[in-house]
Design a protein around this ligand. Structure first.
Ligand code: AMP
Ligand code: MG
Length: 516
C-alpha cells in the first residue's frame, strides 16, 4: 500500500503524443494536439466525504492523509504528475459538435499496480483549455451521483469507470439547474475517477476531422498496444474495431439488463474500452418504459431513451468507423465489422434475458417468450427491478397453480385485459421453467445473480444529496454500503421499494438537467 503523495506516476500518454505544453488554460482550439497541460485550480477547504475502500485495495493505495486530500482536491500536484486535459471531439444529439475536450476533468497521470495500469482523473478541478464558456467545476449533487453510481455499476458487474474519492471543496458554484434564468449557488465537489483509459470515440473523431491521418494511426496503434495487446499482425486495426463493436454491444445488453439509462450517449461519452463513462443525467428505470429518458435536454426527441440505447450504440460506432476510414483504402472491412453489431447485440441480449428468466439455454421457444415478456412489461409497466426479483419466486416444481403464488401488491390496479396478458404469460413461463433441466433452486439462483435487488434509484440519490447539503451523511453512507451487495437476498429492506408517488414528478428524482 502506498500514499498518493508518495506514488511515482507514469505519464505514457503525454510522453507519446504531441500536446500543448504551455499550461495556458484560455479556452481555445488546439489543432493537431491530443491534450493541453492544465494544472488544477486550488479550492478553499477540501474535505474528504467518501473513499472507496474496495477500489483503494485494487489500486494498493493508502487511506488519504491531509496531504493526500489536498491532492484529491487539486490543491497540490506531486513532482511525478503531468496534469493535462485530453482533447477530443464528438457528435452530440446526432450532430457534429467539433472540438470538445476535458472541460473539467484533469488527468494526474497513470498509476501502475499489479492489477494493471490506471489513469487517475480529477473531475471538477477547474478550467482547462477545453472549458469553453463553463467554469471547469462540478457541484456536490452531480459528484455524489457519479461517485455512488459508478461504484454501484461496478458492483452490479457492468463495465464502468470507477470513483476513488469524493471531496467537497468549500467553494460555491453558480448553476442554473432548471435552465430558467434563476441561477443559484451550490456547494462544489471533486470526484477522483479511475479507469484503465478515458479515451472516447471522440478522441479518434477529432483527429479524423482534422485530417491528421498519421496522428490518428499513432493513437490507434497506441490504444491497441496498450489495451488490446493480443491483437497483432496484419489487419489488426480492423480486428480492433471489431472488438470495440463487440464490447459496445455487450455494454448495451448490460445496461438493458439492469435498466440503466445513460441519458447522454454522445460519441464523446462512449468509451473505447466499452465502459460506462461520464455519469450525468442518468437513471435506472423505475416503471418499465422503453421511452423513458432521464435527461430533460433529450426531450422531445427521446434520442437517448432506454429502448433506443442499443441502436444509438450502433450509430455511435458508425461515427467511429467513419473516423477510422481515413486509415483504410476502402470501407468494406469497416462496414463488415460494423455489420457484426446486430448479431453480437442480440446474442448477448438473449443470453442475458435467458439468465434473467432463469433458463439454462435460449432456443426458439425461449426467444418467443422473451418477446412476450418485453411486450407485457411495456404494457403493464411494473417496477422493472422488483418485477424480476419477484419472478424468481414463481415456483417451477410445485404442482399447484403458479399465479396464486405471484400476487405482489404492485400489480393491483391492472386493467382486466392487461391482467389477462400478465397471468397467461406467467402461466406459460411457469410451465417452461418446470420443463427446463435446471432445478427450481438452480434457476432461482441464476436469476438472483442476474436481477439486482438493490439499485440506486434517483429519488434515493436525491434524498442523500439533500441530506449531505445539510451536513448529514446517514443515507449517503447507507447507500455506499448497500450498493456493494446489489444481488443480496436480504438486508437494506427499506431500499427495496418502488419509487414513491411524490418522487415521480419531482426534479432530480425522475428527470434531470445536464446542469452539473
Ligand atoms: P458531458 O456531455 O456532460 O459529458 O459534457 C460535454 C462537454 O462539456 C465536455 O467537453 C465537458 O468537459 C464539458 N463540460 C461540461 N460541464 C462543464 C463545466 N462545468 N466546465 C467546463 N466544461 C464542462
Ligand atoms: Mg462527457
Amino acid at each position: 500500500m502506498i500514499a498518493i503523495s508518495e506514488k511515482e506516476f507514469e505519464n505514457t500518454f503525454t510522453k507519446s503524443f504531441e500536446g500543448d505544453d504551455s499550461g495556458d488554460r484560455t479556452p481555445r482550439q488546439t489543432p493537431g494536439k491530443l491534450y493541453s497541460r492544465a494544472a488544477p485550480t486550488p479550492v478553499a477547504a477540501p474535505k474528504l466525504l467518501a473513499w472507496s475502500t474496495d477500489l483503494a485495495e485494487k489500486l494498493e493505495v493508502k487511506y488519504p492523509s491531509q496531504t493526500d486530500i489536498e491532492i484529491l482536491a487539486g490543491n497540490k500536484v506531486t513532482s511525478s504528475m503531468v496534469p493535462y486535459a485530453a482533447c477530443y471531439a464528438g457528435h452530440q444529439f446526432g450532430n457534429w459538435a467539433g472540438q470538445l475536450g476535458d472541460g473539467r476533468a484533469i488527468n494526474l497521470g497513470e498509476w501502475s499496480t499489479k492489477n494493471g495500469i490506471f489513469e487517475l482523473q480529477l473531475k471538477g478541478a477547474g478550467p482547462t483549455a477545453y472549458s469553453r464558456h463553463a467554469d471547469g467545476r462540478a457541484v456536490l449533487r452531480s459528484s455524489v451521483r457519479e461517485y455512488l453510481m459508478s461504484e454501484a455499476m461496478h458492483h452490479l458487474g457492468v463495465p464502468t469507470t470507477r470513483a476513488l474519492s469524493l471531496v467537497s471543496t468549500g467553494d460555491n458554484i453558480l448553476r442554473d439547474m432548471f435552465y430558467n434564468g434563476n441561477p443559484e449557488y451550490e456547494p462544489g465537489a471533486i470526484v477522483t475517477r479511475v479507469a484503465p483509459s478515458f479515451l472516447r470515440f471522440g478522441n479518434f473523431e477529432l483527429l479524423a476531422a482534422q485530417r491528421e491521418t498519421e496522428k490518428l494511426r499513432q493513437l490507434v496503434n497506441w490504444t491497441i498496444d496498450r489495451y488490446y495487446p493480443h491483437l497483432t499482425g496484419e489487419e489488426n486495426i480492423l480486428k480492433w474495431f471489431e472488438e470495440v463493436v463487440e464490447k459496445t454491444a455487450f455494454l448495451m445488453s448490460e445496461w438493458q439488463r439492469v435498466g440503466f439509462v445513460h441519458g447522454v450517449m454522445n460519441t464523446d461519452n462512449m468509451s473505447i474500452l466499452g465502459l460506462t463513462i461520464d455519469y450525468g443525467p442518468f437513471s435506472f428505470l423505475d416503471n418499465y418504459d422503453h421511452n423513458f429518458t432521464p435527461n430533460t435536454t433529450d426531450l422531445p426527441g427521446r434520442r437517448y431513451a432506454f429502448g433506443n440505447q442499443p441502436s444509438i450504440g450502433y450509430w455511435n460506432l458508425g461515427r467511429l468507423a467513419n473516423a477510422l476510414s481515413l486509415l483504410f483504402e476502402d470501407t468494406e472491412g469497416l462496414e463488415a465489422a460494423l455489420g457484426t453489431y446486430e448479431k453480437s447485440f442480440w446474442d448477448y441480449y438473449y443470453g442475458m434475458m435467458g439468465r434473467k428468466l432463469g433458463f439454462d439455454k435460449v432456443g426458439k421457444k425461449e426467444k418467443e417468450l422473451i418477446s412476450r415478456f418485453e411486450k407485457m412489461l411495456s404494457v403493464v409497466q411494473p417496477d422493472m427491478t422488483i418485477f424480476y426479483r419477484l419472478l424468481a419466486d414463481v415456483p417451477s416444481e410445485a404442482a399447484s397453480e403458479p399465479v396464486l403464488h405471484f400476487q405482489p401488491s404492485f400489480y393491483d390496479n391492472l386493467e382486466p385485459q392487461d391482467e389477462e396478458l400478465f397471468t397467461a404469460l406467467i402461466a406459460d413461463y411457469y410451465n417452461m421453467r418446470k420443463n427446463s433441466s435446471l432445478s427450481e433452486e438452480e434457476s432461482k439462483k441464476l436469476m438472483n445473480l442476474n436481477n439486482p435487488r438493490i439499485i440506486l434509484r434517483n429519488y434515493l440519490l436525491h434524498q442523500a444529496i439533500e441530506e449531505l447539503e445539510k451536513g448529514e451523511n446517514m443515507l449517503f453512507l447507507k447507500l455506499q454500503e448497500a450498493l456493494k451487495q446489489p444481488y443480496s437476498l436480504a438486508g437494506f429492506e427499506e431500499l427495496v421499494a418502488k419509487r414513491p408517488e411524490w418522487a415521480a414528478k419531482k426534479a432530480g428524482c425522475s428527470m434531470l438537467s445536464c446542469s452539473s
